[in-house]
Ligand binder design. Structure first.
Ligand code: C2E
Ligand code: CA
Ligand code: CA
Ligand code: CA
Length: 279
């Protein structure tokens, strides 16, 4: 409502660009998308680099638009953040991921950790910790089977508020991960002020500007430092055998990427977890 005055004439602005029109069209079709059940979650397995067994998975949202087909998250997550739609959509993601993971664990008879992406707009919402508690209580998923992935930019938005919220989430018992580490400006020393359990290394972290893989000594030193700070290291976007070997040599804990598996519907993933079950 506070934007009404500013936006009142926007439909009549002759200089409105094609990009703005496309964005507005997406925004209009996003509003009813949740009620129309157009979202689904795909899951990408996370592999333990010591045993090479799948130990967890990241939930990634997919939007099946009735006319456009599948719209990638890069095209609509930002709009949900600007409009506040991320709050109800994020709540659905959390509930859905917890429910499915609880069912998968019952099928497999073993523990699986699910990672859920959380936007700055969700962290800024004072009811967020209660939403997490509720999702766990309603689905029966044990708290240590849920990990929340936060980006560096979400962490620095309001440091005091974020730090106290993260401490509360730790009391609930969930794990906290920093997503896309290495793309922002923050350092490990800086992150020590937050109760972070996991660092997710961005794909670019192990690649140099010329596209070559960086030295294993560098990655090893970084992983050792993270371990000294009690953080586990997960590499994402692993596409080549060369990078995989480097990460194993550097004693990186886990990895995910197209080399290992693409994101997929849970029914497909269930088969992979079954094949690799120990024993
Ligand atoms: P992200 O959290 O960094 O997720 C990793 C992205 O990398 C995913 O793209 C995944 O499909 C892709 N990926 C996985 N393996 C590889 C690989 O080996 N190489 C390359 N090049 N890419 C790989 P996706 O699914 O398109 O999601 C894009 C972004 O959208 C995510 O980046 C995340 O920031 C956001 N997102 C996705 N789902 C959600 C959600 O439920 N909530 C929120 N708030 N954001 C989400
Ligand atoms: Ca992520
Ligand atoms: Ca990431
Ligand atoms: Ca990313």
């Amino acid at each position: 409502a506070k934007d009404a005055g500013r936006n009142r004439y926007r439909f009549f602005e002759p200089e409105m660009t094609v990009a703005t029109q496309a964005r507005m069209a997406l925004e209009v079709s996003l509003r009813p998308a949740l009620a129309r059940a157009e979202f689904e979650l795909h899951y990408q397995p996370r592999i333990d680099l010591h045993t090479m067994a799948p130990v967890g998975m990241e939930a990634l949202i997919r939007w099946n638009h009735p006319e456009r087909g599948r719209v990638p998250p890069q095209q609509f997550i930002a709009i949900t953040e600007e409009t506040g739609l991320i709050v109800p959509i994020g709540r659905w993601v959390l509930q859905e991921a917890c429910m499915r993971t609880r069912a998968l664990m019952a099928d497999l008879g073993r523990k699986i950790v699910v990672s859920v992406n959380v936007s700055a707009g969700q962290l800024g919402n004072s009811g967020f910790v209660d939403e997490v508690r509720e999702a766990l209580a309603q689905t029966g998923l044990p708290p240590d089977c849920l990990e929340l992935e936060l980006t560096e930019s979400a962490l620095i938005e309001d440091i005091e508020h974020t730090a106290s919220m993260l401490r509360e989430l730790k009391r609930v018992g969930v794990a906290l991960a920093v997503d896309d580490f290495g793309t922002g400006a923050s350092s490990l020393a800086y992150l020590r002020r937050f109760p972070i359990d996991v660092l997710k290394l961005d794909r670019s972290f192990v690649l140099q500007k010329d596209g070559n893989v960086t030295t294993s000594d560098f990655v090893k030193a970084f992983v050792d430092l993270a371990h000294a700070l009690n953080m586990a290291v997960v590499a994402e976007g692993v596409e080549t055998e060369e990078v995989l070997q480097l990460l194993r040599q550097a004693r990186c804990d886990q990895a995910q990427g197209y080399l290992l598996a693409k994101p997929m519907p849970l029914d497909e993933l269930r088969a992979r977890f079954t094949q690799s079950a120990p024993g």
